[in-house]
Design a protein around this ligand. Sequence first.
Ligand code: FAD
Ligand code: EPU
Length: 337
Amino acid sequence: MNILENISLKPYNTFGIDKIARFFVAVKSIQELKEAIEWAKSQKIKLLILGGGSNILLTQNQDALVIKIEVEGIEVVQEDDDFYWVEVGAGVIWHDFVLTSIKNNWAGIENLSLIPGTVGASPMQNIGAYGVEIKDVFTSLKALNIETLQLEEFDSKACSFGYRESIFKHALKGKYVICSVVFRLKKVPVFHTAYGAIKETLEKSGISELNIKNISDAVIHIRQSKLPDPKEIGNAGSFFKNPTIPLEEFERLRNHYPSLPGYPATDGIKIPAAWLIEQCGWKGQRFGEIGVHSKQPLVLVNFGGGDGNEIKKLAQDIQQSVLGKFNISIYPEVNFI
Ligand code: FAD
Ligand code: EPU
């Protein structure tokens, strides 16, 4: 175990925020993870668990041991006539897993192509895109209890998945390290092309016969045309979650704003926060080194030397203006650390 001291976290978060970790270690196995946690406990030092750093906003130096999860492995652990059950190490890059699934004809996660980050973080907020969430293919996960250092298994129910939510962001926050996840992938694919521009993109490319590779390519194409590449402009994807409002409230607002988009959700109508933010005039605004992306106002960006606290303040200003104009509260998806 190689514990480093005073390490800049800039290369380890997609916002590119330059904060210092007092201690830093990368772990490649559960044994190394246990040793790192024991070391932090013996030194009475806090822990910060890190995957790809694509859903965090660093607002301070971390007086902690930052543990970067690099536990690898993709293994078929069970199979029947219809499904493969695949266990994946928490440190595997999510998109590498998607590409492996496409190569092997394991269907179900093609719509989740190109989402940054690691497999271990995917249950944290039940990652989703283009009409699919990981809860749709999730079977179970193994997580290390930080207090007892025992591995425990969680099924889907125990994870309490919701829209960009799980129990690990709430009641069990900071208590477990996810070490591996088992996904149930289909032998015969069921295509999800109704969402967003997938159908249109496939048609434009002249594709008539669907397969999971075509769908993955279409999703990649759409994402690349809309979302900024963190290698070029620092960001963490959607900064806020899309709010859901009651139907009556939606109808009342639509009388004032006939172009208001809305999608039926289980508990009301889901409104794109991007639309609300754009209506408040934020789209494409730049404030020194930070700003609101010009193509997708739900994405806050760091052009270079931006600070986490500046982005936090911008996020609060945006929340206030959306609340002031529409009386709708929007909440961050990104984890402030
Ligand atoms: P990190 O940012 O490293 O960590 C996120 C949180 O999880 C932190 O609180 C961390 O402490 C905790 N954590 C990480 N790993 C573990 C672990 N093994 N055990 C316990 N806790 C852990 N998300 C979507 O859902 N859909 C999208 O379409 C999408 N698009 C994006 C596009 C861009 C350009 C970017 C930059 C981000 C996007 N995101 C999207 C957000 C992000 O990709 C996901 O939230 C991803 O799952 C984060 O993974 P990560 O490994 O980078 O997590
Ligand atoms: N819109 C505007 N102005 C814009 C852009 C979008 O008004 O400049 C409105 C339009 O009405 C558009 C709607 O917002 O139809 C939705 O936009 P988009 O399809 O880009 O999706 P989104 O709601 O902004 C969500 C997820 C993304 C996910 C995509 C595709 C959330 C918070 N975000 O974005 O996830 O990739 O749908 O499924 O749910 C993430 O979580 O980080 C993320 C990128």
